[in-house]
Each structure stands twice: as C-alpha cells, then as structure tokens.
Design a binder for this molecule. Structure first.
Ligand code: SF4
Length: 253
C-alpha cells in the first residue's frame, strides 16, 4: 500500500495541484462553478432522522431489533443480525462503519455497494481508494476518522435506499452518531446529503454552504464514486476539502 504522502500526492496530481494544502483565502474556494451538474436527479427528501437523537428505538420502529446501549462495538454486533427492513433479505453482510470511535470527524455515504456488502466495510473498491486519497490530501487517514453510511445494508442493484428503509435504519444511524459525538460531519454525495439534511436541494447547491445537524457543523461534498465518473469535478472538491480542513482545524483545541 502506498505511503500516506504518496496518496496525497496522487490526489493532488490528479487535479493538477502541486502546492501544499492552502489555508484561508484559497482562490479556488471561490471558484464554485455554475458548470457543476447535480449528482443525478433531485430526489424527494427522506424521512430519516428525528428532531433529536433518540436513545432507544422510536415507537414506529420494527420491534425485532432494539438498540441496546451506546458503545459502537456493541451497536455493531446488534446491527449485524438486524432484519428490520427488506434490505436484510439480500445482503451478504451488514456494513456498520469503520474507523476511530474517538474521531472528531465523520464521513457519511448513502449505502453499501457490492464490494462493501461482500467485505462488510464501507468505501472499499475504487471509490474507497479515491476517498483514501482525499483523506490523505487533508493529512488524514482512516485511523483518524470514522466512515459510515446512512443505511447499513446494500440496496439491490445499487438503487437509492427507499424512505422506509432509511426510516428503519435510523435506529442504528442515530445511535451510532450519538456514540461518536463528532465535532464535524462530512456528507458524501447527493443521497446522503438529502437524507441527513432532509432536503431536496441539489448537491451543487448544498455544497456551497455549511449546514447544521443537531448542533454539529456539516459539509457536503461530491461522492467519490461520482468523481470517478466525473473527474473534472475533483478540482472543485479540492476547494471543498480545503474548507473542510480549515473548519476542522478551527474546531480542535
Ligand atoms: S438496512 Fe438497516 S434497518 Fe434494514 S436490515 Fe439493514 S441494518 Fe436493519
């Protein structure tokens, strides 16, 4: 596996950046282009998350999988046998999350894909490798952050999770974020952003501003899988990553 610095150099070279991570005042951060196309069609908002993070399943949750306790590893064990929605029928493994349980920053995608389903780990394969390079460009690696999805089981044919599936899985999502208690959240891609922020705004709009999730600052960036299909957007993601790094550093003691 390449060294940390190699990943960083690789991502930066991909986007034609040959200077160190810029700080405040990076001109490129103002270059949020009108040419950016939204990531797919605008979807209806999903009813994922309640107003407050619950400590127990909601009354509308299926009763077959109760969330007990708030330790991440305990939650992962409980979730591994969850059958609260139809996604349990075709999954290989529940993909709960990975990374540092003490992380100050959490990256959230939408749902596992085929490779994630097989391995039981979020963001593997080519999109995961690109995410690693994006993290390295920030001076981070997976041991310093936490990575998860809004929904823990793979939707068939990589379709978007349905609202009822998002609702069912919110028991794990809510408990997971409560256990993590991050200082900052980065949402990866349109589906994750629209789900967590409960909005139907396009990603090209959402990425222009900071958002709030129960008092936690939230940034939205393009999903690595989208960047693989649209590599011209990597340069714009670089400006978003610089802004994320600036805010992250400012939040730390
Ligand atoms: S997607 Fe979530 S709620 Fe549905 S079966 Fe998997 S873990 Fe349970």
């Amino acid at each position: 596996m390449p060294e940390h610095a190699d990943f960083r150099a690789l991502y930066l070279s991909e986007i034609g950046v040959h200077t160190p991570l810029p700080v405040d005042g990076d001109d490129s951060s103002n270059n949020i282009s009108d040419e950016i196309k939204p990531e797919g069609a605008v979807a209806a908002p999903s009813p994922i998350l309640s107003e407050s993070v619950p400590t127990s399943p909601s009354a509308t949750s299926s009763a077959d999988t109760a969330v007990d306790g708030n330790r991440l590893d305990d939650l992962a064990v409980q979730a591994s046998s969850c059958t609260a929605c139809q996604l349990s029928e075709q999954r290989t493994r529940v993909v709960f999350g990975i990374g540092n349980p003490e992380a100050d920053i959490v990256f959230i995608g939408e749902a596992p894909g085929r490779e994630e389903d097989l391995k039981g780990e979020p963001f593997v394969g080519r999109a995961g490798q690109l995410l690693d390079r994006m993290l390295a460009a920030l001076g981070m690696d997976r041991s310093e952050v936490y990575i998860m999805n809004t929904v823990k089981c793979r939707p068939p044919n990589n379709r978007d999770p349905r609202p009822d599936e998002v609702e069912a899985c919110s028991r794990w999502f809510d408990a997971q974020l409560k256990a993590l208690s991050p200082k900052i959240i980065c949402l990866l891609g349109r589906v994750s952003a629209q789900t967590v922020l409960e909005t139907d705004q396009s990603l090209s709009v959402l990425r222009r501003n900071w958002h709030d999730y129960h008092g936690i600052p939230v940034q939205v960036i393009y999903h690595p899988a989208y960047l693989l299909r649209s590599p011209q957007q990597k340069r714009h993601v670089w400006s978003d990553l610089c802004e994320l790094k600036r805010r992250y550093d400012a939040l730390l003691p």
